[in-house]
Structures are given as structure tokens and as C-alpha cells.
Write a protein that binds this ligand. Structure first.
Ligand SMILES: C[S@@+](CC[C@H](N)C(=O)[O-])C[C@H]1O[C@@H](n2cnc3c(N)ncnc32)[C@H](O)[C@@H]1O
Length: 215
């Protein structure tokens, strides 16, 4: 069991990037968003990619269990916010962005009824195998029909190093999201840019991008 709250408290946030993810920029058009459309960012951390989405004119709705992460996001990006309690969540609101502080598995379809697309970087792959099944099933339940999902994964020999991030193969994506139309947009070995994996003697790290479509 990974203690994410503790990780945030200890500053063990090696996944965080201060720049926009290049795959989001490259493949955002595959989400076929309307101008001003709403994008759901599950397990968002303090992802700078949310700023990119806002700058493109989209609305963002997100969920994160660590209040520290959410508050860091607003403070570091100088965004004024308010907080309200609502059932199982503390809801952080600002212009065009709402972040639910709480457990992803407590979100329901009503929370996401206006969502047109989902951006998943570092979310599915943050979870061990049993939770990935639960996560994919819950995604299918809560996101509206017609939604497209931009999903970024890693695939490497899991026996050579422990997660997170966990290895998720193309076959696993297909089986987890069998209720979605699934298209792999890109996949390449990027071991040269992964010093932690190189040091552990991992033979390859494939980075894959998918577009899933909930019919
Ligand atoms: C590996 S980080 C990725 C964060 C972000 N997607 C990014 O790319 O920077 C995973 C995040 O998921 C959050 N998290 C894990 N399980 C969660 C859950 N069940 N509900 C809400 N947040 C969760 C953790 O606190 C952590 O911030």
C-alpha cells in the first residue's frame, strides 16, 4: 500500500514536472475538444499540465487525495481559490478549475456530468494491478459517454524494478478498458532518458500514448 499523503509530506514527488508534458501538447487534438470544453484530470497531484489546459481555454475538473498537493498547485501558480466542504470532499474552486480533495473512488457520474475528455498522465500507472482494475471500472462508470481519454503509460520488465510507476502493457490497457474503443497513438523505447531505470539495469522502458473513446 502506497502512502501518497506521506509522500507529499516528505517531498517524495519525483514524478512532478515543472514543464508541460510534450505528449499532451502533441496529442491534445485527438481529444476532439470543443472550445471551452471540460477536461477531467484524475489523481492530478500539482500537475503543471492543468495550467496548459487552462491556457488553451479549457475548463479543468480534477481529483487528488492530498490537500498539500492541491494547495501547492494554487500557490505555486498564483491562483486565488476558495474551499467548500461537500460530502466526502473538500472542493477547491477557482476560475475555470475545480479540484476535489478526496478519494477518486468516491467520485460519481454527477460530479463529472459536463466532462468531455480525460487526461491521465501518471494516474493509472501510479496504481498496483488490483487497483488498476478498480480504477478502469470506476472510470467507465463515472465518465460520460462520448468522452475521449488521453492515456500515457510506461511498459518495462516489472521483475527488474518495483513501481510506482507500474508497468502497464498494451494488452493490459486493452483488457482494462474493454468498454472503450482503444487506439495506441505512439509507443517508443525511452530508456536513454530514464536514469533511475538504467541504474537498476532495466532493459527497456516503452512510453505509450493511447486515445480511448467511451461509446
Ligand atoms: C504519481 S502521482 C501523479 C500526479 C499527476 N498525475 C502528475 O502527472 O503529476 C499520483 C497522484 O495520485 C494521488 N492519488 C493516489 N491515489 C489516489 C486516490 N485514490 N484518489 C485521489 N488521489 C490519489 C497521489 O496523491 C499522487 O498525487
Amino acid at each position: 500500500m502506497i502512502d501518497w499523503i506521506q509522500r507529499w509530506e516528505n517531498g517524495e514527488t519525483g514524478w512532478h514536472r515543472e514543464v508541460t508534458n510534450d505528449k499532451l501538447v502533441e496529442f491534445i487534438d485527438s481529444l476532439k475538444l470543443q472550445a471551452g470544453g471540460m477536461v477531467f484530470v484524475p489523481l492530478c497531484g500539482k500537475s503543471y499540465d492543468m495550467i496548459y489546459l487552462l491556457k488553451q481555454g479549457y475548463k479543468v475538473i480534477a481529483v487528488e487525495m492530498s490537500a498539500l498537493a492541491i494547495e501547492a498547485f494554487f500557490h505555486e501558480n498564483a491562483i486565488a481559490y476558495t474551499v467548500q466542504k461537500a460530502e466526502k470532499f473538500s472542493v477547491y474552486n477557482a476560475d475555470n478549475i475545480r479540484i476535489f480533495c478526496g478519494d477518486y473512488f468516491d467520485l460519481d457520474a454527477d460530479h463529472l456530468s459536463k466532462v468531455e475528455a480525460v487526461y491521465d498522465r501518471g494516474s493509472l500507472i501510479a496504481l498496483p494491478a488490483d487497483l488498476r482494475v478498480k480504477y478502469a471500472q470506476h472510470s467507465h462508470t463515472i465518465i460520460p459517454s462520448g468522452c475521449r481519454v488521453l492515456l500515457l503509460t510506461l511498459h518495462y520488465p516489472q521483475s527488474q524494478i518495483d513501481g510506482p510507476p507500474f508497468s502497464v502493457s498494451e494488452a493490459e490497457v486493452g483488457s482494462l478498458f474493454e468498454g472503450f474503443e482503444c487506439q495506441q497513438l505512439q509507443c517508443f523505447n525511452d530508456i536513454k532518458n530514464e536514469p533511475k531505470f538504467q541504474k537498476a539495469g532495466v532493459s527497456f522502458v516503452e512510453k505509450a500514448t493511447y486515445c480511448l473513446h467511451k461509446k
